[in-house]
Design a protein. Structure first.
Lengths: 463, 327
């Protein structure tokens, strides 16, 4: 993209990156980030009850290491996993442990969860903010830290990817001799419409992002670090450029397009490398993390604070006051909605995450987890969709699919349970970004049909 | 907090329901909008047809559109399916069939063509989106074989229509049978004989470009047709110097442009991927030139498109795109 070259690249040394600045295909859904983009992060008052699922990440579940009626303090470890791919959980408040409960999350998973009744003195909001994001993050203090110590501290702090997938971070940044990592790529794209959590973190705590990036790069042995940001967040670019000056981190400004925040497409746009089909970024020497995750890395390593809180956007046309909130993990979704003035009368759908890939839910008691990046409340007007008709093979889904698939063929094969045909059309390459369903002039639920097909294939493999 | 789950647009308290992601949709283009765009794009050729063929054109188009709509209504009733006339697709079929018939074809030709187009071209396959062949071309092929006298190339010669221009052979027929090459100017502007919609080059280009810009038609298909015709027509031109029928006559005469922009681009019966569309377009162009140069028919657009329609499922299989990151 020539315009990107002119506009941002030759800004200074921090603006250099080898990629083309964008990827092929994709869609432009209405961004609507302005709803909450200018709302500074607020700290929500401590709730009365917290419910912490024992598995908030990809990998092995945690087992509780506390008993009912036991008193816990803020930051105390309350559960940990036995396998390497797992992340411990910590108490986000001080209080008393109650009975374990079963909870069904927005994504449909049934999980055991530790309930904590909030009791005793709590750390007040401002102190919490200062500990987590405020103050100085001196680079000198960790330039001699051993890489193994960093990844151990990250594991102990229970840090997982905060972008949504919640993969344990220490696994990604532990060096592997077979697959040496050259580049650390930090994802600040936040390509989901509406959501503004990563944006606010980049604007308000750029030093923490930079510190976390340098720490993660040091841990994994990466020689270079890039932070990728879409060009609709120039304020974040400016604040990060300032914070990163002299640190050797490059800020890659990328064209705003959904799904730019997808791991593979960010690597393509910023680094001009292609992750092989079915492979991982580490196959091509790249480790990937997210900007909010980077702040928790900095906090976990430099201040020994575990991942107990996260920033959540509460936004959308159906919420009275859209805000960005710093909330304890395990707080009920309903508390956040209440704090933001509640639902408007026109509210029609409540989504955990953003409108393109988020999960709709109705039970407001379910807790915020480590992977919850936002609550998007959409109005009737916003979820208006075209009337369902039939596929006329117009090929718009083919034109927008970022994985270069033929979504309509895969969807129809899935509907007829023709799994071999679906495989022939590379069904497993689909990462369910939803671009095909978004664009379809016939209003067909393409991505949902593809999900069904993938599930059928998975069940078939189990047999 | 109390939630209300009734599906009510103006509730007293919020009505919440769930659905799979994505939760937002592009409202810019629906299937119906695409059909509407085709009708807009056909309007220059409609105006040209009425301008050149006067009431003959109006009558022929009315017959085809009305019969198509009636056939659609009757067949959907017979299949106990929801009435689909509102999706405009039957109207588009009627317009294209009407525009591809000569002005003087008797009324029953248009009627029978329309019923076959909707009934056999579309409904027996399962309705819109399911058909293998372009419905209008199925209808036209049927009447062309059944009523060769009043429709096929030779039919124009003994016209008894009142309008002078109609009493001539089409330029392609005249060339085929008597070796007479027509002037380029009438071929370009369209004041010559032929099927209603095919004669005017500017009208076809104007509507075709609109379709491509709106991305209702894929530009690769007309581009493929025109490139293949240019190349093969050019070769024929060079190797056979005696003919006055140049490559430009081939492009501007007959239904080549009308077919390339309005018929071959029917999304239902053409391939899905860009590569497949090129193959399809070049295939249509090549077949048109082979039929025109070597067969007994003066024109080959309809058969070329029907043949390539039959190959479309195969082309789709051949051109499964390489997924991102794949080999």
């Amino acid at each position: 993209m020539a315009f990107l070259k002119k506009k941002y690249r030759e800004h200074d040394a921090t603006g250099f990156f080898p990629g083309p600045g964008t990827f092929a295909h994709g869609v432009h859904p209405p961004e609507r980030k302005s709803l909450a983009a200018d709302a500074p992060i607020e700290i929500i008052p401590t709730p009365e009850k917290i419910l912490i699922p024992l598995q908030q990440h990809i990998g092995g579940p945690c087992t509780p290491i506390v008993n009912a009626k036991q008193e816990v303090e803020l930051g105390e470890m309350i559960g940990k996993g036995e396998v390497f791919i797992s992340a411990p959980i910590h108490a986000p408040v001080s209080g008393v442990v109650k009975k374990t409960e079963t909870v069904t999350l927005a994504n449909g998973r049934h999980l055991q969860a530790i309930a904590i009744k909030v009791e005793g003195e709590q750390v007040d909001g401002q102190t919490l903010w200062d500990q987590m994001f405020g103050g100085k993050w001196p680079q000198k203090s960790y330039q001699t830290l051993a890489p193994e110590k960093i990844s151990k501290a990250i594991h102990q702090a229970g840090i997982v990817g905060l972008g949504g997938a919640a993969f344990p971070t220490h696994v990604k940044i532990t060096p592997n001799d077979q697959k040496p990592i050259e580049i650390l790529m930090v994802n600040g794209c936040e390509c989901e419409p509406y959501l503004t959590t990563d944006y606010r973190v980049m604007v308000e705590a750029p030093e923490a992002v930079v510190a976390g990036t340098l720490l993660a790069a040091r841990a994994v042995g990466a020689k270079k670090a890039y932070i990728g940001i879409e060009d609709n967040k120039m304020e974040a670019v400016a604040s990060l450029r300032q914070a990163a000056s002299g640190a050797g981190i490059h800020i890659a400004v990328l064209k705003t397009k959904y799904p730019q925040g997808s791991e593979k497409h960010l690597i393509k746009a910023a680094l001009n490398r292609e992750v092989p089909l079915g492979g991982l970024p580490s196959d091509i020497g790249v480790a990937m993390t997210n900007v909010a995750t980077a702040t928790s890395v900095a906090r976990g390593v430099m201040r020994s604070l575990p991942l107990t809180h996260r920033v959540v956007s509460v936004t959308g046309g159906g919420i009275v006051h859209p805000k960005n909130l710093l909330v304890p993990i395990g707080i009920a979704m309903g508390e956040l909605i209440k704090y933001c003035g509640g639902l408007k009368k026109t509210a029609a759908r409540i989504v955990a995450g953003g409108p393109m890939m988020g999960f709709a839910f109705t039970n407001l008691e379910i807790p915020v987890t480590k992977g919850t990046s936002g609550i998007t409340v959409l109005s009737h007007e916003e979820i208006r969709r075209v009337e369902r008709s039939v596929c006329v093979r117009c090929g718009r889904c083919v034109d927008v699919c970022p994985m270069n698939l033929v979504p309509t063929k895969i969807a129809m094969a899935s509907r007829l349970s023709e799994l071999n045909l679906a495989r022939k059309y590379n069904i497993m390459a689909c990462f369910e970004c939803g671009s095909c369903s978004y664009i379809c002039p016939a209003g067909l639920p393409l991505v949902q049909l593809i999900r069904t097909g993938k599930t059928l294939i998975a069940t078939e493999a189990k047999k | 907090m109390k939630l209300n789950f009734k599906n009510d647009i103006n509730p007293s308290s919020p009505a919440i329901h769930v659905a799979p992601s994505p939760h937002v949709f592009n409202m810019g283009m629906t299937t119906r909008d695409m059909m509407r765009d085709v009708i807009i794009a056909l309007s220059p050729t409609l105006i040209a047809a009425i301008w050149f063929f006067k009431w003959f054109a109006v009558l022929q188009l009315l017959i085809c559109v009305t019969t198509c709509l009636a056939a659609e209504l009757i067949f959907t009733r017979m299949r106990s399916k929801p009435i689909s006339v509102a999706d405009l697709s039957a109207g588009v079929t009627g317009l294209i069939l009407g525009l591809s018939l000569p002005a003087t074809a008797p009324w029953y030709v248009g009627c029978i063509g329309s019923v076959v187009a909707i009934g056999i071209g579309k409904m027996v396959f399962g309705g819109l989106g399911m058909n293998i062949f372009n419905p209008a071309m199925v209808g036209r092929a049927f009447v062309m074989i059944s009523f060769a006298g009043s429709l096929a190339a030779s039919g124009y010669v003994d016209m008894t229509g009142g309008v002078d221009i109609l009493s001539q052979a089409t330029p392609l027929t005249a060339q085929k049978q008597s070796g007479i090459a027509s002037q380029l100017a009438p071929l370009f502007w369209g004041y010559t004989n032929g099927s209603l919609g095919e004669t005017s080059v500017p009208a076809c280009l104007l509507g075709g470009l609109y379709l491509c810009i709106r991305r209702v038609a894929s530009w690769e298909i007309p581009a493929g047709v025109i490139v293949a015709s240019l190349v093969l027509g050019g070769i024929a031109n060079i190797t056979d110097l005696s003919t006055h029928w140049t490559v430009l006559h081939h492009i501007m005469g007959g239904a080549l442009l009308f077919g390339a922009f309005f018929i071959a681009t029917d999304p239902v019966t053409s391939p899905l991927t860009a590569k497949g569309k090129w193959i399809f377009g070049i295939g249509v162009g090549t077949l048109v030139m082979i039929l025109r140069l070597f067969s007994g028919y003066p024109e080959g657009v309809m058969f070329a498109i029907l043949l390539m329609n039959a190959l479309t499922p195969l082309i789709n299989r051949w051109t499964i795109p390489r997924p991102f990151g794949g080999i």
